[in-house]
Design a protein around this ligand. Structure first.
Ligand SMILES: *Cc1c(COP(=O)(O)O)cnc(C)c1O
Length: 392
């Protein structure tokens, strides 16, 4: 039965996926991190501190908003989980805060983090400032150009930005360079931004993002007196999605759908739909799906959304795909842009271009279905306004 299969079989494994595939120098820092995380999550004082910051600093709980005009348009009843209203504008802060508290408990002297859209960089620089820990952010130079405003925000928050021209100068390359730095400085704390990488990151990031699902479940029961028929989220590495999905995985009547960055569409070779188009392989420390070339080697991804532009995906999503519990879909750049405008004009909410993928999928899927649904609005679209203006 599915229920048994979702239980983590071995530490850090989800079915056959996950684990830890790292150079020997990282084995002991990751084991220390794992130990610290296990102690923290069962320490009521740690959880109380984490909840304190979520409430008073991030502004949680985030609202579950009934999107009336979007509902009228699609013929289904749609609620938006408003992660865009969090401090710093996306779900990333939930995880960054959890990990910075852990870093602080472990006495870390330096934080390192990678960033794509700049959202995780901003969330990490924010959390590092809050606890007065020096912070280095690694970023592809192409992303840094696409996301100038976020680069300025990180600098303002006191972080040091290290850009790389390696590869396609986007998220994959930023992770490679950050991992390289971590190997040379295993005493620093690597604040990873998604549910990817070696154990314990996929489990730990899910834990800190599961607040999204926990709140959404309670909120929909309060508003509607029942569970939704379906839920939707976008997937880059998969952290906002697993955060929402975690509270509904065992409710088999709830359909779960995820939107990947389909780029220019299937057949074009320019896509970031890892679970739709990729293959299982070891990539950046974990065994999961990855976009590969003809020789089966991990290759570059492409999506209009920096936050989805990543050839890997979290191992739990690979498992959820294989068990069939979650259905993964490919949403193209054009579909996402249309949804970006749609939500702006219909609801007065400018969504992140990443979140627009989930809206596009839901709007398509829910057409005249008369379902009760939740879409995770993972972030706000201020960062995407400039690019849209350039394309007008
Ligand atoms: C980073 C980001 C994503 C993608 O990351 P996940 O780990 O898949 O959630 C999605 N939406 C926004 C707004 C982001 O900043």
């Amino acid at each position: 039965m599915f229920r048994e299969e979702t239980i983590i079989q071995k530490e850090g494994y989800f079915g056959q996926f996950g684990g830890s595939f790292v150079p020997p120098v990282l084995e002991s820092p990751l084991a220390r991190l794992s130990e610290a995380f296990n102690a923290a999550k069962s320490n009521p004082r740690f959880i109380e501190e984490y909840r304190y910051y979520l409430k008073h600093y991030v502004g949680r709980p985030s609202p579950l908003y009934y999107a009336k005009r979007l509902s009228e348009l699609t013929g289904s009843k749609i609620y938006l989980k408003r992660e865009d209203l969090n401090h710093t504008g996306a779900h990333k802060i939930n995880n960054s805060l959890g990990q910075i508290l852990l870093a602080n408990h472990m006495g870390a002297k330096e934080i390192i983090a990678e960033t794509g859209a700049g959202q995780h960089g901003v969330a990490s620089a924010t959390a590092a400032a809050l606890f007065g820990i020096p912070c280095k952010i690694f970023m592809g130079s192409r992303d840094a150009k696409r996301q100038k405003l976020n680069v300025q925000r990180m600098k303002l928050l006191g972080a040091e930005i290290i850009t790389t021209d390696q590869g396609t100068a986007s998220l994959k390359d930023a992770v490679d360079v950050a991992l390289g730095y971590y190997i040379e400085h295993p005493d620093s704390f690597y604040l990873l931004g998604s549910a990817v990488g070696p154990h314990p990151y996929p489990t730990m990031v899910k834990f800190f993002q599961s607040i999204i699902g926990e709140e959404a479940r309670k909120q929909i029961l309060e508003a509607e007196g029942r569970l939704p028929d379906s839920i939707f989220a976008c997937v880059g590495g998969g952290s906002n999605a697993i955060g929402l999905f975690s509270a509904f995985l065992n409710d088999l009547a709830v359909e779960i759908h995820a939107a990947e960055g389909g780029g220019e569409g299937p057949g074009t070779n320019r896509s970031a739909s890892t679970l739709v188009l990729g293959k299982p392989t070891v990539f950046q420390g974990t065994y999961s799906y990855c976009i590969t070339d003809a020789d089966g080697q991990p290759t570059t991804a492409y999506s209009i959304a920096s936050g989805l532009d990543y050839p890997g995906v979290g191992p739990e999503h690979a498992h959820l795909k294989e068990t069939g519990r979650v259905t993964y879909h490919c949403i193209t750049d054009d579909e996402a842009i249309q949804a970006f405008y749609l939500l702006s004009r219909l609801e007065g909410i400018i969504p992140a271009i990443e979140s627009s993928h989930a809206i596009a999928l839901a709007a398509k899927f829910l057409k005249n279905k008369n379902q009760l649904s939740i879409i995770n609005l993972s972030g706000r679209g201020d960062k995407d306004v400039e690019r849209e203006m350039e394309h007008e």
